[in-house]
Design a protein around this ligand. Structure first.
Ligand SMILES: Nc1nc2c(ncn2[C@@H]2O[C@H](COP(=O)(O)OP(=O)(O)OP(=O)(O)O)[C@@H](O)[C@H]2O)c(=O)[nH]1
Ligand SMILES: [Mg+2]
Length: 445
């Protein structure tokens, strides 16, 4: 999902993030393009307006125009606003402890995915160590009860159901189902209800009755990502009439504009808790606003990378390193410092993931974190003089270093050889004009 909206926004991001000075006009143009992309993706108009106004407000502040890297700073503003739009932080289900029965009520339009999602949730809860039971309270659609029974069998979860030929009132089924759940010590009852084409007073009353009969801990509005503004309006209606606690977006795997779905959080004020990403019972993922926002902006997790890197790397440091590299005076001590910086930036594998384009090109296996640790230990066992000039490392010094670092002379030799090669390469790269220009540009000089 979201391919189209991301496509448009990727372009905006690409255009602006490279700029090292930005004018007010640049911001206006970019914001205008973002606005169009959101509207084209069918994001609710009011939601777009609010989003855009806040973005402009933030971007106008000194934050962007006066910062060292205004392009990236602007993207960060857009990203932050997008995360806010999607609900800030991940929200899980809020259920009671295992010694009472919590109730989850599923509701939504016809075909939105309530029944399938009820089973997916049940499966997930089992994995978390809970003991759920499904209650089949959709007595309208002919095969609904059967559908839930089959799903329950498939995932090994109990299903409470009655014969829809004989019973017509879903409220009764819910009451009796909950009685059974409490008696047999199920800690979570998930109630599947009838889907509607549109809202009418009779159905609203029925939902309200089911609600008051079951006193749900979670009332989840199940919305098909493919439906447009209609679903958003219905969600709002449901929320006003019954009160929902969360949203589940289904069919997130499909290729749609997706904008309506993205408006749900903002319009209902309730968090999106999960997304359905396929037809199978395992295809349910928690909804992470940050990840979706990054995906939409197509920037890996570039924002957090920028933040993390800013904390550890200051520009002067970069300039100093560059000079050292160019003159091949980059020493083992400098190398050690770089390795240590990598550590404070988190595990390498997670850093690679955040670099756009790196994922897939650099395999995690290419980077050997054990080796990095070993190299650090080796360098730390050297005297300062040795670190600054590794040429003085003769056989007996190498033996001492190996012993001190718990490695072998072979490991020490390998590091020294690798370092020599690396230094040569650095010198070449650092003298390359194109690289120098790029470096200066990045530093905003
Ligand atoms: N690709 C995909 N298909 C889904 C997803 N969730 C549900 N479906 C499919 O959507 C169709 C409808 O799902 P149901 O669970 O029966 O929907 P419902 O809301 O219970 O439908 P009614 O009871 O008729 O209102 C089924 O074919 C599901 O397999 C999803 O996340 N991804
Ligand atoms: Mg159903």
């Amino acid at each position: 999902m979201l391919e189209r909206i991301s496509g448009k926004l990727h372009d905006v991001v690409r255009q602006i993030s490279g700029k090292h000075t930005i004018s007010e006009k640049n911001i206006q143009d970019a914001v205008e393009e973002i606005k169009l992309a959101l509207l084209e993706a069918d994001v609710n108009l009011r939601v777009v307006r609010r989003f855009i106004n806040r973005t402009i407000e933030d971007a106008r502040g000194e934050k962007v125009l006066k910062s060292v890297n205004p392009g990236q700073q602007f993207i960060k503003v857009v990203y932050d606003r997008l995360v806010e739009l999607l609900g800030d932080t991940r929200q899980d289900l809020e259920l009671k402890g295992p010694d009472t029965t919590s109730v989850i009520l599923m509701m939504g339009l016809q075909g939105s995915g309530k029944t399938t999602t009820a089973a997916k949730l049940a499966k997930r809860l089992v994995k978390e160590g809970r003991k759920p039971i499904l209650i089949a309270a959709d007595l309208v659609r002919p095969a609904a009860v059967q559908q839930l029974a089959v799903l329950g069998e498939q995932i090994g979860v109990a299903v409470y159901h009655e014969d829809p030929q004989e019973v017509k009132d879903p409220v009764q089924v819910v009451r009796r189902g909950l009685q059974k759940a409490r008696k047999d010590l199920y800690d979570t009852a998930i109630v599947d209800t009838t889907g509607r084409l549109h809202l009418d007073e009779i159905m609203m009353k029925q939902i309200r009755d089911i609600c008051s009969a079951s006193d749900p801990d979670e009332t989840l509005y199940v919305a098909d990502s493919m439906t447009g503004q209609h679903a958003v309006n219905i969600a709002k209606e449901f929320h006003e009439q019954v009160g929902i606690t969360g949203v589940i977006l289904t069919k997130f795997d499909s290729d749609t504009r997706g904008g309506a779905a993205l408006s749900l959080r903002s319009v209902t004020g309730r968090p999106i808790k999960f997304i359905g990403v396929g037809e199978k019972v395992d295809d349910l993922d928690p909804f992470y606003p940050e990840r979706i926002a990054s995906r939409i902006l197509g920037m890996g997790d570039v924002v957090s990378l920028v933040e993390k890197a800013q904390e550890t790397y200051d520009e002067q440091d970069a300039v100093r390193m560059h000079k050292k590299m160019a003159s091949a005076t980059f020493s083992l001590q400098d190398y050690l410092e770089q390795l240590q910086k990598m550590n404070t930036m988190g595990p390498l594998s997670s850093i690679i993931e955040m670099i756009p384009g790196a994922k897939g090109n650099i395999q995690e296996d290419d980077i050997d974190t054990e080796e990095i640790k070993r190299e650090q230990a080796i360098i730390q066992s050297m005297t300062y003089a040795e670190r600054e000039n590794h040429r003085i490392l003769g056989p007996s010094r190498r033996k001492r270093v190996a012993r001190g670092s718990g490695t072998t002379v072979y490991d020490v030799n390998r590091l020294v050889k690798k370092f020599d090669k690396m230094r040569l390469m650095m010198k070449k790269v650092a003298k390359n004009k194109k690289y120098q220009a790029e470096m200066l540009k990045q530093l905003g000089m």
